[in-house]
Unconditional design. Sequence first.
Length: 331
Amino acid sequence: MASTFTATSSIGSMVATKGHRSDNKLMNNLSSSSFGRRKLQAGVNKLAYLVGVTLGPKGRNAVLESKHGSPRIVNDGVTVAREVELEDPVENIGAKLVRQAAAKTNDFAGDGTTTSVVLAQGFIAEGVKVVAAGANSVLITRGIEKTAKALVAELKKMSKEMWQLLVQVTMSRVGRKGVVTLEEGKSAENVLYVVEGMQFDRGYVSSYFVIDNEKMSVEFDNCKLLLVDKKITKARDLVGEKEKVNERIAKLSGGVVVIQVGAQTETELKEKKLRDEDALNATKAAVEEGIFVGGGCTLLRLASKVDAIKAALDNDELKLQNLSRLSVSDS
């Protein structure tokens, strides 16, 4: 969040943009610091407006057009954010900065992406005012980071353990280390079943492993092994393997719950699966870190804690005090 604010408010002396529209001469257009900030903020506001409508349990849906296939109905902030591309190059940079904040939240927590976008918009809106009044954006950023650490500590105090409540529901069937997976069902109804004990999957992962098509067998003579002693940079290649290992551990120590999402149409199926993924991620987070009062109550409580952090801030960092309170309260 702080890095997003820094990139938006502290542009330096100019922002270089490139575009393809010759009529506006965007090929080598240079924007001044104040003008560039306004443009970046405009991009942030446009993205936040589109994403913000999905906030909370009563959030509205968004319909995404697809060039290939049917349109998608989604209620997930980061999914909407990924589809937003603004015509103005500088505004689009602002949208991308906030999109990164949503993506990081999704990777870390799996939910709460819309809240992160709305919070980022609030910090940027108040922060730009403070910077325009002469405050140092670097010190403001440091203040945000210090305040965030202090508020995280307050959140941990507010949280309530969730595990005792979850014992009575699905996750109690598989244990804390159990695996809950989502699949696309073949019927209109949702189906949940529990796989208990160890189960060996039969058959090949891929038919391309078969060497002898008549015997449907695989035999290797003098096969080679590749030992890698370097750092693997593409973690995405290992995500699938990690999930398989976790699933095997779950089969041995607990169990596996499979939820087959049912729907009448493909569009409805994708929308329901996204909702279920958010619910599943939120439940996992609750097990690990506890639960909070919803409806924005937790954010309001945090806003009242900002004054207590004043002693830890210096100079321009103190201006962050009011900025944080306003941003958290308005969100």
